[in-house]
Design a protein around this ligand. Structure first.
Ligand SMILES: Nc1ncnc2c1ncn2[C@@H]1O[C@H](COP(=O)(O)OP(=O)(O)O)[C@@H](O)[C@H]1O
Ligand SMILES: [Mg+2]
Length: 621
């Protein structure tokens, strides 16, 4: 507890003075409020002795003056604490985002996006509320209670003790309630999130649900989830109702008893009427902080949990970073000579008994060469590709570009040298232009960028974008126009091309294209990529045949390298893999066409360009 709060204290260093001023305002406000009962006592006692208008006016002026002072101090407290606390909140968020962006892919494999989202949003909000209110109010509560108790005891020790009898359980109850309520509201938040996910998934997968007749089952599942959320909400309401009941009953009971005792004491002459009035006024003022103290203590505990969760992420080590004395040779001098020497890699969560995913891979890709990477599903092709730009670091062996170990290069430089088109073409909610030029050289002129955009789109056969409602300015991705799998893939390919890397890594970028389109793209790629070292995971004979050489990967090892023709002749394993993949590719495409994933143009191309009885094609297979 102390540790996390201590770190928070470091974080708020720049705003400490303002926080202190906020605390000071809050303290003066609440202690000056306690002066009102004192003024009341003075008026009543004076009026009994000397009932003149002057006393009434003086008393009223005193009370109003104190009231005004309190109000302006409360305003000041907010001015001092709220705005700097939002600055700290923003800093925490930006720091968290920076961390999340810099953490290696392996971290993201292990952490769900929901977890990161709730840490980024709710936890940090909680921390902000603690800085702006909780931290200050907890001190104010304690001081008000202590001063209030002194004043109560000054009025009458007996009555003060009666007050204590109610105040202690109220404080404890408030604390316990706060804990329970925090637990329940977190639960209800999670359940709300689950419900939202279910709706989202059902709507996205509506075709699957309908086609498999799973609608009623989905409804049942959803009803159960909704019911669970309802129960949690009822629990929250019940807890709140019970809590409120005790919160009001206990102090009021105590005040009732105090009234009886007070009247008796006054009648006996042990107390003045003014003292009794001031006792009641003070007691009603102190009961507020007593109630809130429990709450604020609870808030402290919850904030501490939020802080632990926050620092949990912030303390993750960024093990893929630029070395201190990183080499950053001029980009223009890069030749793109890629060499893998006895490369090993295993995922962090891999069980001990399984061998490394990449298990001693050796490969040399010459500058400017296009190398096809061929292997069955799960042989490690995608993994191998991701090792080059250090999305993961090799666990043994080394990868060099132009003789320099990728781990000795400046990270940003390495990632400018390389570009990847991933298997799953992720697009951002942005225009086509923004998506394609994501990795493009920032220093290009407007015209150069435009030319680059068009070159990349044409090469990737993504000219369909010109038919979109707003051409290259059409918003696509999650919140924009939805595109078919094949269209997304072509944009991802265009993005990799527009980055103009020295080493291009393409993970099966053409798998969703029909054979005709694929051949066209491969042809254009060869022209545009003249001089760019390319490693391309390929499915089909046509793509492989266009590569300079092919490498066969099997169980994480490169088992054969050579031209397609050579390998077809000499390697039975290669022949087997190619034959199998041709089969698979055809099958995949049939499914794509069937599920209507492809836009009409693609479908027509697919049917025109890939007739089952195309004699020219049969020869290839
Ligand atoms: N992020 C990951 N975490 C753990 N295991 C993974 C991850 N990605 C892939 N794998 C495993 O590594 C192996 C190789 O996967 P991959 O490189 O994707 O093969 P390929 O691209 O050749 O189909 C598979 O067994 C797969 O289950
Ligand atoms: Mg793969």
């Amino acid at each position: 507890m102390i540790a996390s709060m201590g770190r928070l204290w470091q974080t708020v260093r720049p705003i400490r003075i303002r926080l202190f001023l906020g605390l000071l305002s809050a303290l003066i406000a609440s202690t000056s409020a306690l002066l009102i009962p004192q003024a009341l006592e003075w008026i009543i006692n004076r009026l009994q002795a000397d009932p003149t208008a002057a006393v009434v006016w003086t008393g009223c002026a005193m009370v109003m003056g104190i009231g005004l002072l309190e109000a302006s101090l409360i305003w000041l407290r907010r001015m001092f604490a709220v705005s700097p606390s939002t600055t700290v909140e923003k800093q925490l968020r930006v720091g968290f985002y920076r961390k999340v962006i810099h953490l290696p892919v392996a971290f993201h494999d292990a952490w769900g996006s929901g977890q990161l989202l709730s840490r980024m949003m709710s936890d940090i909000s909680l921390i902000r509320r603690w800085i702006a209110f909780g931290m200050i109010m907890i001190v104010t509560d304690v001081v008000t209670i202590v001063v209030g108790m002194v004043l109560l005891f000054r009025s009458s020790s007996l009555l003060a003790l009666i007050f204590v009898c109610a105040a202690v359980p109220v404080c404890i109850l408030a604390f316990r309630f706060n804990q329970r309520f925090a637990y329940l509201s977190r639960l209800s938040q999670d359940q709300n999130g689950d419900l939202a996910t279910t709706i989202e998934q059902s709507v996205q997968g509506i075709r699957v649900l309908k086609a498999f007749g799973r609608g009623p089952t989905a409804l049942e599942g959803f009803t159960a989830q909704a019911d669970e959320l309802r129960r949690t909400e009822v629990k929250m309401a019940t807890a709140m109702a019970t809590f409120n009941m005790f919160m009001f009953m206990l102090p009021e009971l105590a005040l009732g008893v105090a009234l009886l005792v007070g009247l008796y004491e006054t009648a006996q002459g042990n107390m003045t009427v003014g003292q009794m009035a001031s006792y009641f006024a003070t007691a009603t003022m102190v009961i507020g902080p007593v109630r809130m103290l429990g709450n604020h203590l609870g808030q402290a505990i919850n904030t501490n949990t939020a802080l632990d969760r926050h620092f949990d992420v912030m303390d993750q080590s960024e093990d893929i970073t630029s070395p201190e004395d990183a080499a950053t040779p001029a980009f223009e001098t890069a030749r793109g000579d890629v060499r893998l020497s006895d490369v090993h890699f295993r995922y962090a969560d891999a069980p001990d008994r399984v061998p490394d995913v990449i298990d001693g891979a050796d490969l040399h890709i010459r500058p400017g060469e296009t190398m096809a990477l061929v292997g069955v599903t799960g042989s490690g092709k995608s993994t191998l590709l991701q090792l080059v730009p250090r999305l993961y670091d090799v666990t043994a062996g080394r990868i060099t570009i132009d003789g320099v170990d990728v781990r000795d290069m400046d990270l940003l430089h390495l990632r400018t040298l390389t570009a990847v088109a991933f298997e799953d073409a992720t697009l951002f909610s942005d225009s086509v232009r923004g998506n394609v030029l994501l990795g493009a050289d920032q220093s290009l002129t407007e015209q150069e960028r435009e030319d680059l955009l068009h070159l990349a789109l044409t090469t990737a056969d993504a000219d369909f974008v010109h038919d979109l409602p707003e051409g290259v300015d059409t918003r696509i991705g999650e919140e924009g126009l939805s595109l078919s799998g094949g269209q997304r893939q072509r944009l991802a390919l265009a993005r990799a091309i527009a980055a103009k890397p020295a080493v291009l890594l393409l993970d099966d970028p053409l798998s969703a294209l029909d054979t005709k389109t694929e051949e066209r793209v491969t042809d254009r790629l060869r022209e545009v990529l003249e001089g760019t070292t390319t490693l391309i995971v390929a499915h089909r004979t046509s793509t492989v045949a266009l590569a300079d050489r092919a490498a066969l990967i099997d169980h994480g090892r490169i088992v054969a390298v050579g031209t397609h023709a050579d390998l077809m002749r000499t390697s039975p394993r290669y022949r087997y893999v190619i034959a199998n993949q041709e089969e698979e590719a055809r099958h995949d495409q049939d499914i794509e066409t069937l599920t209507g994933e492809l836009d009409l143009r693609e479908v027509s191309e697919a049917t025109v360009g890939r007739p089952a009885s195309d004699p020219g094609k049969e020869g290839d297979r």
